[in-house]
Design a protein around this ligand. Sequence first.
Ligand code: AMP
Length: 214
Amino acid sequence: MNIVLLGAAGAGKGTQAAKLVDAYGLTHISTGDIFRKNVAEGTPLGVEAKRFMDAGQLVPDEVVIAMVKDRLSQPDCDGGFMLDGFPRTLPQAAALTEALAEMGKDLDAVVSIEVPRDVLMGRLTSRRQCRGCGRIYNVMGEMPQIEGACDSCKGEVYQRDDDTVEAATKRLNDYDAITSQLVPYYSEKALLHAIDGNRTVDDVFADVRNVLEG
Ligand code: AMP
């Protein structure tokens, strides 16, 4: 099964993605996580991406597309993958369609997790994340048992630079202006499934499962 998870920053893509990996054994490809890892390791890709990320801006299409094509060609994607945070623009979506066709693969579903903007803003600015494994926490909800240290890997739990009010506003504006164009793109291909993401994690996941198994 090959799927794309769509949703604005804070919609819960990362949380649902982790549950999907557990349930279906899909290879999780989060472009944000790949960029953050490269930033942490100081690779040339990380240095290039960092200035866009810190400002809450999208990394240029050609950089992201090359990175995703490379990732999709690795053998662990043959048993099924889940893209999280990609595509984010129409050129990225078109490049994905083309790259999958070249590989003889196809998408089975595009799941769009939809949450009202004021809820997203509250979630983003209270979000914390583990620098090590990427696990998500929230100052209004679940936080690590030992302050600042991830329950899963003991990595540092921190606030991302792009979760400040300014950067979060920019990211949500970009989603409304740019990424929302993917909804009609995938609707026309009869792949799109919209899910109400303003509910508990388990309720949202039950709907995601219904879509994928239904
Ligand atoms: P995320 O964790 O998915 O919210 O991504 C964090 C940041 O990484 C974004 O704000 C962008 O700067 C960059 N990024 C991740 N995925 C993409 C993408 N598909 N296109 C452009 N930039 C991206």
